[in-house]
Design a protein around this ligand. Structure first.
Ligand code: 5GP
Ligand code: ZN
Length: 113
């Protein structure tokens, strides 16, 4: 989609540090990491937010979770990690393309702020 930051990252128009890619998923290191390991997983289809997941596109979400599991293994995140999907204004979403944060390598407070 035009003018979408993450669509441009998927297309390579904006450079990123790739951590994973397949037919459905692209994942890259966050430019402003909130943990020592912080990657962002995005579907290779423009879905706006978690509120827009439906029966037609939910395969992308399943594929993202498979990718997260694969990266957690390859990055040796055996101490654990957190997956976060922010949604809308109150959820703290700043980029309007569905994404899942994978945060790891520090203790993550619960509940979050
Ligand atoms: P949100 O706040 O929408 O849940 O997450 C958006 C994330 O994208 C933020 O953690 C932010 O640091 C990251 N981000 C924003 N612009 C860029 C960019 O140009 N490159 C990369 N790698 N990450 C970005
Ligand atoms: Zn997009």
């Amino acid at each position: 989609m035009e003018d979408c930051l993450f669509c441009k990252i998927i297309d390579g128009e904006i450079p990123s540090k790739k951590v994973y890619e397949d037919e459905y998923v692209y994942a890259f290191l966050d430019i402003d990491p909130k943990a020592p390991f912080h990657a962002v997983f995005v579907p290779k289809k423009h879905i706006k937010s978690p509120a827009d997941i439906n029966a037609e596109n939910s395969l992308y979400v399943a594929k993202i979770y498979e990718a997260i599991s694969a990266v957690a293994k390859s990055e040796n995140l055996e101490n654990g990690f957190r997956v976060v999907a922010n949604c809308g204004k109150d959820g703290g979403q700043t980029v309007g393309h569905l994404h899942f944060h994978l945060l790891a390598r520090r203790y993550l407070q619960w509940p979050p702020g």
